[in-house]
Design a protein around this ligand. Sequence first.
Ligand SMILES: [Zn+2]
Length: 127
Amino acid sequence: MFLFNRFHSPVSVLKRAGAKEIPIDSSYIAWWNRGSACIGIHAPYDQRLRYFVGNLVPKTWGAEPHGDYLAYTNLPDHEILFAPGFEMDSTIVVHEQIHDYLKLGGHPQKYFGDSIAIHCGIRPGHD
Ligand SMILES: [Zn+2]
């Protein structure tokens, strides 16, 4: 359970990990609208999402912090962190947006399976 306290600042956690926030590119909204509809999610773009680029996933996110990754989503705070160079890869952007929408770290094959994901321009995922 998360309790708000004034010392909790998810953005400063990212800043300590060396990440930089990037502006929301209008492409991100277009990619969500196209990709989510294609896999059967009919929901508007989530305006709470914020995007960052950085080399390290903050340890407090509970991920394997130093493994190879292309992007990672912090579900409680609606933050997506891209490894440098992957922030304009539409297949990865939508993949992470779907994680945020589903509030799931895993990869249900209904959305992330090879055939549906590739057909819809989304990076497939496997658990
Ligand atoms: Zn994934």
